[in-house]
Design a protein around this ligand. Structure first.
Ligand SMILES: [Cu+2]
Length: 132
């Protein structure tokens, strides 16, 4: 059980690195000298880990900037039929296997909220824009 989780995590990490490398390659060459300050623009969607456990989804409220792209990584850590299915904001049902991270990309809505839930709508969570 533990070993398979480590492998899954390692694979997720590899996939992530590859994506970042591809993104970097796409960037146009900039002729100006390297600035001392790093640019604020993120390289890709921000990863938000979400655990599905006996408390439901932790965290169950995800905030971000309006229109920010997020990569939600759902991991179920309890053997509960209830949480074995995940309904994503697009209304689709996904199998959420034990300790097998499931990546879901979403865009933070400028207004309102996006919701996700278990297959039976007993546990829910949502994504909202951070209003400061
Ligand atoms: Cu449920």
């Amino acid at each position: 059980m533990r070993a398979s989780f480590v492998v899954a995590a390692a694979l997720a990490l590899l996939a992530c690195e590859k994506k970042d490398a591809d993104k970097a390659a796409e960037k146009p060459a900039v002729s100006t000298p390297a600035p001392a300050v790093k640019t604020a623009a993120p390289a890709g969607p921000r990863t938000v880990p979400i655990e599905a456990n006996d408390k439901g989804y932790v965290p169950d409220k995800i905030t971000g900037k309006a229109n920010e792209k997020l990569k939600l990584v759902f991991t179920r850590t309890i053997d509960a039929e209830c949480l074995a299915e995940l309904k994503t904001p697009d209304g689709k049902l996904h199998k959420l296997e034990m300790n097998k991270p499931l990546e879901v990309e979403v865009t933070v809505p400028a207004t309102g909220k996006l919701a996700f839930a278990c297959g039976m709508d007993m546990f829910q969570g949502h994504i909202v824009a951070d209003v400061n």
